[in-house]
Ligand binder design. Sequence first.
Ligand SMILES: [Ca+2]
Length: 345
Amino acid sequence: MIPEPTGQAAPFYSPELLSARHSTAPGRAAFSLSRRETRPSEELLHPLPCVGGFGGPGIGGEKRYGVRFSGRGGRPSVSGACLFAATAWLLQPFLSPQGLLEGVRPWDREGTRPGEEIVGPDGSPMVWVPAGEFNMGWERGCYDEKPVHRVRITKGFWLGKVAVTNAQYRRYCLETGAKFPEGSAQGDDHPVVDLSWDDAVAYCRHYGLSLPTEAQWEYAARGPDGCIYPWGNEWDPTKCCWEGNKGPGGETYPVGSFPQGASWCGALDMAGNSWDWCQDWYSPTYYASAPRADPPGPSTGHCRVLRGGSWHFVVPRHLRSSYRHFCGPTARDSYVYGFRCARTF
Ligand SMILES: [Ca+2]
């Protein structure tokens, strides 16, 4: 049984763990633990979901718990119920010096079905993309989309359901001292843009993630059936943010604004809003010689791949999921380049 809150204050057994909140929803229980805050302005550190159970099947059991550090400034406050304290105490063996939960992180296990959703290490939702095959490229596309070739994704992976947002990137900047991009001026829940490939990779590494490869990205967008657009084979101007359907501020929409444009595995905004940096070097002729299984991209190059199109300077053909775009990895002059993370096994 999940302990119910009693409202009584109780000390915690770790100096790092100062308070806890508890909430439940059908099929889900969430504990929210706070810890001593060293940076007073920061509201939220590592959102840390975990899988496990307490007093039930035990850590690694069937129940799923969300755990979140939410330290606030000033003196440590102690609140919560005795039972919360016990929960925090139970959690201690799984807390690393960085406060990360070891061994029970949902992104460390494989998913079970397309679109299964977890919260990733940076707090953003991730969807499961199972292993499979698809035809990469498009015969009627640009020269660099040919030849169409069969690609095998041999291992499933987690992919950001949406692009990394301004709020998430700001938190990352607070944690690391990285610079927030001046050109990313839309609201907290909009995709962060104006980032170089190097910036995107640094963010991913900080959270133990990576950028998706170009093949992973296209597979997540098109699926085993090789749809032209994430939602199917017919262009629909209302299913994504693009030049003809800009966001409320004349640029991006908040991430996830087009659930009707979801891809087969539940990934959103794969067409439009902001471009997604991918891991690969770009080569227009790579498809002719790419390995069939898990193509990693060329071993070297001058530009990195971008996928999916954006709200700006984009026509519908740029929004088809096989369309390839590219830019130098250090360029930080575009307010349409963002990214989503992947967790590959
Ligand atoms: Ca996009």
